[in-house]
Structure formats: C-alpha cells, structure tokens
Design a binder for this molecule. Structure first.
Ligand code: A2R
Length: 320
C-alpha cells in the first residue's frame, strides 16, 4: 500500500506517518524546503519525502506522479484559526487552491487513489444550543477565515466526487491534541507554560484567553486511526464527524494540568488571546462514523494531557 501524506511534517502528519508505518504501508510525504522536520526526524529513514508547495500546481502534480499513491491524506494547510485573521488570503489560497491542485493532478494523471480531505469542526462555527451535539447535517456557519477555507475544502471534495467520481472521503475532526501539538494551540500552550515555569524559565504566571469556551477533545492518536478507518471503511462521497462527544471547558483543561505540577501558578487573562468571534460550545456527534467503521476513542483525556506536558518537559530538557 503506497500512501501519500501532504503536510507530513505537521502535528497530525507525524502521528499518521507513525501509524501507517507500523501498519506496513510505504509512506511518502510532501515537505517544503523550509519545513521544520523535528516532528518526523525519528522516522526520516523510513519515509520518502518529496519537496512540494501545495499552492503550486506543477509541484503538486510532481509529488503525485512520483509517489503513485493508493491513498492520499491531504493534511497540508494553514491550520491555525488566529493566523487566519491576520493572513486570510494566504489561508484561503493554501487551503482551497492547494486542494484543487491535488484533485486536478489526480484527474490529469488518470489515477484513482482514495483521497481523505481533512475538514474541521470550525466549519460549523455558530451553533445554537438546541443543535447540540452537532451532526453532519447541521448548517455550516463558519466564524473565521479558517472555517470558511475548511467549508470550501469540504464542498470542493463533494463537488469533485459528484462531477468526476474521485474517491473522496471527507471528515470533520473536532479538537485534537497530544504530543507535538503546536504551541499556539491552547492545550499545548498551557503545557509549555507549565514546563517553562517548572524550569524557572517563566514567572509563575499563566497567560490565558477565553476559559469559558467548551470544546470536544480527542487524542491525536485516536484521530489518525479514525483517518485510516475513514479510507478503509468509510463511503466515498460521504462526510463524517470525528469526535469524543464530550465537552470540557478550557478552565477544566487548566485544572487537570495544574493537578500534574507541584508549581503554584497564578492565572492572568491576556486580551490578545481573545478572538474577534469565538465559538462558545463545540460538541460533536460521531454516531455516523462509529456505526460505519466501528471506531471508538481509546485514550483518556488525562493521559493525553500528561503525554503532552511530558513532551514539553522533555523538549525543554533537551534545549537546556
Ligand atoms: O509550513 P510547513 O512547511 O512546515 O508545512 C506544513 C504544511 N503546509 C504546507 N505544505 C505545502 N505547501 C504549503 N503551502 C503548506 N502550508 C502548510 O501543512 C505542515 O507540514 C502542515 C500543517 O501542519 P500543522 O500546522 O501542524 O497542522 P496539523 O495540526 O497537523 O493539521 C493537519 C490538518 C490540517 O488540514 C488542519 O487544517 C486540520 O488537520 O485540522
């Protein structure tokens, strides 16, 4: 089985690569010459990495021609919601045109890989209390340029399946975290700050944003297993939510992490961390996916946070 992962050097890409290698796949990955590769350095010997910028059609065609994939996991993206406010144009071009380039290359090369399109709960955006938990049929009312880009990716996947019968399965993953999560994401940011405080590299003051938001968290290792199952057992043309179905306040994330450190830490609100419009509650319903594939999340949230905190402790240890 030949598999291409775009954005393999990212957080999810590195975990998916680990999962696929452990399951005997031949793994190709797209990276850019300036990509940070620390997430996949431990796998480099086993991976076939090809230089590619997904905004460039010829570059995308080359990576697909060279890898001849049976499966494509399209993860490469501008993946961070706050950045999409500062760089909306780059977000839209990378996420939408990048995906278009993949579809067009597949058509042009006349191959028929299964393609996984990585959507997001941010597509749902504004959700009313009486719509919870969110099913795939919920209206899409994105509240950020990132959310809009993911809606467009999702609909483009639907359209290319309808128009050209490309074998596309779309998922909408809710929040996922774990070791190697970028430090701009809340769970990782809190964990890093605690590790810094423990080492005396930061005053014992935790900078926070909106602690009232409620999110539906899963472990990234459960999520990459879901992505695998989406192409194994999911139906082409369909879209599936991937989530735990349980929500936790961001305050609760902080409380769990504080329970894992001996440091006494003060909390301080940072206005820069409050978004222009934020989603209050995101709670998903993944019944459709579970019924189709038998997937269930297996890793408890406390274990996910513990592994993430230990990841940061180890990383700071290496740096010192
Ligand atoms: O920026 P880089 O060179 O470090 O690579 C990132 C890659 N990427 C690109 N690759 C090729 N051409 C581009 N123009 C381009 N822009 C970004 O996407 C990196 O390898 C990956 C994104 O990794 P993360 O930011 O860690 O995202 P994560 O959490 O792994 O998300 C994976 C997917 C995305 O579609 C998200 O929107 C979705 O899951 O939630």
């Amino acid at each position: 089985m030949r598999v291409l992962i775009t954005g393999i050097s990212g957080f999810v890409g590195s975990h998916l690569a680990e999962f696929l290698l452990a399951n005997g796949a031949e793994v190709y990955g797209s990276i850019r010459w300036r990509s940070q590769t620390e997430n996949i350095d431990h796998l480099k010997e086993k991976l076939k990495l090809i230089d590619c910028d997904i905004r460039d059609a010829s570059s995308v065609e080359k990576v697909i021609r060279e890898s001849k994939p049976d499966l494509i996991y399209h993860l490469a993206a501008q993946s961070f919601v706050p950045t999409s406010w500062n760089a909306p144009s780059e977000t839209l071009v990378t996420n939408i045109i990048g995906e278009l380039n993949i579809f067009e290359a597949v058509r042009h090369l006349q191959i028929a890989p299964k393609i996984h399109i990585t959507g997001s709960s941010e597509e749902y955006g504004l959700v009313y209390e009486n719509e919870l938990p969110i099913r795939e049929t919920n209206p899409l009312r994105p509240l950020s340029p990132y959310g809009v880009s993911k809606v467009a990716q999702d609909l483009l996947g639907w359209q290319y399946f309808q128009s050209y019968k490309l074998n596309i399965v779309r998922t909408r993953a809710f929040n996922h975290t774990g070791p190697r999560r970028g430090e701009v994401f809340v769970t990782s940011n809190f964990s890093k700050q605690i590790a810094m405080i423990e080492k005396g590299l930061q005053e014992p003051v935790m900078m926070v944003g909106n602690l009232e938001a409620r999110r539906d968290f899963s472990d990234v290792r459960d999520v990459v297993r879901a992505y695998w199952l989406a192409l194994e057992k999911g139906e082409v043309g369909e879209v599936y939510n991937i989530c735990s179905g349980k929500t936790r306040k961001i305050q609760e994330v902080l409380d769990i992490l504080f329970g894992m450190t001996k440091s006494k830490i003060e909390i301080k609100q940072d206005p820069a961390r409050i978004r222009p419009s934020d989603v209050t509650v995101l709670q998903g319903d993944s019944t459709k996916f579970r019924t189709k594939t038998g997937w269930n999340p297996e890793i408890p949230f406390e274990k996910t946070l513990e592994d993430l905190l230990n990841y940061w402790r180890k990383k700071l240890e290496k740096l010192s």
